[in-house]
Design a protein around this ligand. Structure first.
Ligand code: S3P
Length: 203
């Protein structure tokens, strides 16, 4: 028998994984767009660990995010957030969901650009409002006019989220459809061709 190594089974997921190397996949975008839900599923498809930055920040602080905002204020939260994301990016490859404000910090954007592929999960105002109404644990939305706050944050943030490497439209369709689109988009971006199964389908 020869010692020749058999080629790994070709699949879009395997192609993405080998093109990534030590880089991570980082999901950015507003609250309620589905970064954690979609991120967890992308991680499962790629067989990578999934990490939620907000959960890591809470573990590091020994407090919930509302408690951090209340006791120490937003600037303190943002400093901790930047530190935690920097640490997580050093441990790649992982799929990392970031809190909606994380990508607004220039230092964090540069780190993500150096160590990851960023994906903006983009949703419109109505989809975001429908989803954020389900939870009351987002300090920035504890205002008299959450709709107005979301409008203002979208105006400030969308041009910055637009610096992500890739954009995927998050909308009310089954999660797996968004995950399939993300895998296809990642494959085209990293490997410069459609996924193997699509290519054979059109041959
Ligand atoms: C924030 C979003 C939250 C959390 C914090 C601040 C923001 O994360 O980090 O409440 O500035 O948009 P999600 O985007 O996961 O809700």
């Amino acid at each position: 028998m020869s010692d020749a190594v058999l080629p790994a089974q070709a699949s879009p997921e395997a192609d993405i994984l080998s093109a990534l190397g030590a880089r991570s996949i980082v999901l950015v975008g507003m609250m309620g767009v589905g970064k954690s839900t979609i991120g967890r599923r992308i991680a499962a498809r790629l067989k990578l660990p999934f990490i939620d930055a907000d959960t890591e920040i809470e573990a590091a602080a020994g407090m919930t995010i509302p408690e951090i905002f209340e006791r120490h204020g937003e600037p303190h939260f943002r400093d901790g957030e930047a530190r935690v994301i920097a640490r997580l990016l050093d441990g790649g490859p992982v799929v990392l969901a970031t809190g909606g404000g994380a990508f607004m910090r220039e230092e964090t954007r540069s780190r993500i650009a150096a160590k990851a592929i960023s994906i903006w999960l983009k949703a419109d105002h109505d989809v975001i409002m429908r989803r954020v109404r389900r939870r009351a644990d987002r300090p920035l939305l504890q205002t008299a006019d959450p709709e107005g706050t979301v409008t203002r944050l979208l105006t400030e943030r969308e041009p910055v989220y637009g610096n992500a490497d890739l954009t995927i439209a998050s909308r009310d369709v089954p999660h797996d459809r968004i995950v399939d689109e993300t895998i296809e988009t990642l494959h085209a971006y990293l490997c410069g061709q459609p996924p193997a199964d699509l290519a054979s389908a059109v041959r």
